[in-house]
Ligand binder design. Structure first.
Ligand SMILES: Nc1ncnc2c1ncn2[C@@H]1O[C@H](COP(=O)(O)OP(=O)(O)OP(=O)(O)O)[C@@H](O)[C@H]1O
Length: 248
């Protein structure tokens, strides 16, 4: 097993209920430092897979190594610490704490790593603010006073503040117009290059695949999606072929 991979999933089975299997993944490996776009129809299990990669969900069987750590066999508290220190997560809803300021939202992310905040991060924080085109003053604003675009950028800043080696981004652009989507993707790639993190990105929007090292169709790695695709009219032919540009 390649323990140096950013993500290494082997023989993984997951179900929310015993009679309703969601994922059956024989093997899925993501090399460190690469960018991967994961696509698949609504309800196929993309968000579930991301949650397995963060250790928020545990598989019924199989192995999931993240950055060389067997995340699904860590204790709950070790898993939380590992996630806080190594994985940045940006979800569709951003999950900022509304009544806290931007600064406190960021500080909270640092707190969960059990590292001393925040002086050693100051230069890096300034760099992130600049890359995300956020003014330093925004740190004093309450999260619920921000526009959707600002909330999204703060959510990315919070995900990157601990310099994660793995950044997981789930459908972050659905509330944005076309111009904002383009600018979001440019910023995301700038930050990925700046931090050299591995990026796993999930979206329905095939127009966003440009620039990714790999575009992976869930049906190509998941036996359950494969079965669904082969027995249903999914409109799969509307999608371009899976492209693999970089190393696995
Ligand atoms: N907490 C849960 N309990 C039970 N079933 C769930 C739960 N979360 C998701 N599911 C089911 O698991 C399946 C996969 O859901 P998931 O959210 O992973 O799909 P998805 O591909 O991310 O969908 P979308 O693109 O619409 O976000 C769906 O059938 C969904 O109804």
């Amino acid at each position: 097993m390649d323990k140096l991979a950013a993500i290494n999933i082997q023989n993984c089975h997951f179900a929310y209920a015993p009679d309703k299997p969601i994922l059956q993944i024989p093997s899925f490996v993501i090399a460190p430092g690469t960018t991967v776009f994961l696509r698949g129809p609504s309800g196929s299990g993309k968000s579930t897979l991301l949650q397995l990669c963060t250790g928020m969900l545990l598989p019924q069987s199989g192995q999931i190594h993240v950055l060389g750590e067997s995340i699904s066999t860590l204790s709950a508290s070790a898993r939380d610490r590992f996630r806080a220190a190594n994985i940045g997560v940006v979800l569709q809803q951003f999950n900022l704490i509304d009544y806290l300021s931007v600064y406190d939202n960021i500080k909270l992310a640092q707190h969960f790593t059990h590292q001393d905040p925040p002086t050693q991060h100051t230069a890096y924080l300034d760099e992130l603010l600049q890359a995300l085109r956020l003014s330093p003053e925004i740190q004093q604003q309450k999260a619920n006073a921000l526009s959707v675009g600002q909330q999204q950028r703060v959510a990315i800043l919070r995900a990157l503040i601990n310099r994660p080696k793995l950044l997981i981004v789930d459908e972050p652009t659905s509330a944005l117009d076309e111009a904002a989507k383009t600018s979001f993707m440019e910023t995301l790639f700038t930050l990925q290059r700046m931090t050299c993190c591995t990026l796993l990105f999930v979206s329905h929007d095939m127009r966003l695949t440009k620039g990714f090292d790999r575009v992976v169709d869930l049906a190509d790695i998941d036996d359950i999606s494969t079965a669904a695709v082969s027995t249903a009219d999914t409109g799969l032919n509307e999608w371009p072929n899976t492209s693999i540009k970089g190393v696995q």
